[in-house]
Write a protein that binds this ligand. Structure first.
Ligand SMILES: O=c1ccn([C@H]2C[C@H](O)[C@@H](COP(=O)(O)O)O2)c(=O)[nH]1
Length: 189
């Protein structure tokens, strides 16, 4: 996965959004960290595996993009993968705001001890996003911010692997959703 290319693509979208919404010069980091936590929740909700109260909580990996009457107009997408790449958008966007994009060669580390199951993996990523928020808004500690960011990103990529996604699938789904996000801005989203 080329992080360099992903950061560049993300910067294009972020700049588009800031310009379109007139947000130049504003600190959007707290909104982006909260947005990442919300998207992680949405991703877990599509995975469904933590829903022990249901009979068969299978991941939602195929759904219709738009309601349509005719068979040939039907467009399917993978809701789990789409929520996963929504998270990736915000992770990249946060990295740009923290000016960590130039360190793309050292941002990701190998997760040696992987959690026992996907519930713990989701919780692990979520917990690093809480540390990230804390280091940005309470400690104001740049080293801790960088550490929490790397931990969030590295564990998030491990989560993608455990969900069964290949790097190619993730990159392609990211680029597809990025394009949709640009179109949404042009169409007054
Ligand atoms: O500064 C921003 C704000 C939003 N998004 C993207 C991330 C998600 O893919 C999408 C938000 O999706 P909704 O929650 O609106 O569906 O917008 C960015 O990339 N950068």
């Amino acid at each position: 996965m080329s992080l360099n290319k992903l950061f560049e693509t993300q910067a294009g979208l972020d700049n588009h959004i800031v310009k379109e919404k007139g947000l130049e010069g504003q600190d959007l980091l707290p909104q982006k960290i909260l947005a990442l936590q919300v998207e992680l929740g949405e991703c877990a909700n599509e995975w469904r595996g933590f829903k022990f109260w249901k009979v068969n909580p299978e991941p939602r990996t195929k759904a219709l993009r738009f309601p349509t009457m005719s068979e040939e107009d039907k467009e399917y997408y993978n809701p789990l993968l789409e929520e996963y790449v929504d998270c990736l958008h915000f992770i990249l966007s946060i990295g740009l705001d923290l000016e960590l994009e130039d360190r793309h060669n050292s941002l990701i580390y190998e997760i040696e001890e992987e959690p026992e199951n996907l519930t713990l993996m989701f919780a692990e990523v979520m917990s690093h996003t809480c540390d990230l928020f804390w280091s940005c808004y309470h400690d104001d500690d740049y080293e801790a911010q960088e550490y929490s960011y790397k931990a969030t990103f590295s564990n998030f990529l491990k989560l993608g692997e455990l969900l069964g996604f290949t790097e190619e699938q993730i990159e392609q789904a990211y680029l597809d959703k990025n394009k949709i996000n640009h179109e949404r801005q042009l169409n007054g989203y």
